[in-house]
Design a binder for this molecule. Sequence first.
Ligand code: MG
Length: 304
Amino acid sequence: MGEAALDRKVREIGMHRSVYGRFVRPLAGAMALCFTAGLVLLAQPPAKKPTARTAADDGFTDTPMLPGLPWRVHDPARPHPPVVTPGATPGAAPSDAVVLFDGRDLSKWAHRGTGADSKRLLDTKWPVRDGYFETAVGTGSLHTRESFGDIQLHVEWAAPRSIEGHSQGRGNSGIFLMGLYEIQVLDSYNNRTYADGQAGAMYGQWPPLANAARMPGEWQTYDIVFEAPRFEGSKLVKPAFQTVFWNGVVIHNRKEAIGATVWRNVAKYSPHAEALPLMLQDHDNPVRYRNIWVRRLGNYDQQK
Ligand code: MG
């Protein structure tokens, strides 16, 4: 209502203008709103009562077969996937994960002995502090005591806050799937090196699709899906594939590995076991790790 109209209205009913403006008009507005809401509610159809479960709730037996599969579309006989309780927070281990480091100890890891100890696994020399562990430079790489094939892997790492060195000499470590196929760990925040050797690279083969590096000293995440290669005798029948998210950014999308990681040479495959230990590389730089867990990947339609 305009000012002139308001004045006219106030004069008509003989009320002080401020009383009308502050109380009477807002009250009338609120009442109109309630009335409208009531009409809308009355116009709603009554809520339907839930019906009893029927066989169709479990699926259909009169639907076409899915191509190449023993299941119909919506087949009631198709196995249900195993139930997994997700971690309480993003990045936390789900219920079916093998936790490789929970902030306390390195009991799931070992050094490989050398010389007379070459067949033995030795306790790690990498120090654990305040929820993380760090490369003890020169003590050798770490290997998991357990072996893994196809996996989902979550790793958190941080390059040193103080910037020392350059190119491959700055925050260098690596996640070696099966101890053979490296996803590079490196301080790649304003640190120029060859593209297929920067952080996130399938080292010597494929640079990451993007450089999602955080600043030195900041915690970073890798979420890796690794498909192990398959061999029949000495023949490669399926190569390894890697899917990697770096700090939530996809950097490899089921990318085929050319072979086992090598330096200054073309990678190639040599037959190996279906499952092998994971490795964290000692590359003479103090890199930190925390919250590492792995899930063995099952197949579709596997009943547990
Ligand atoms: Mg490395």
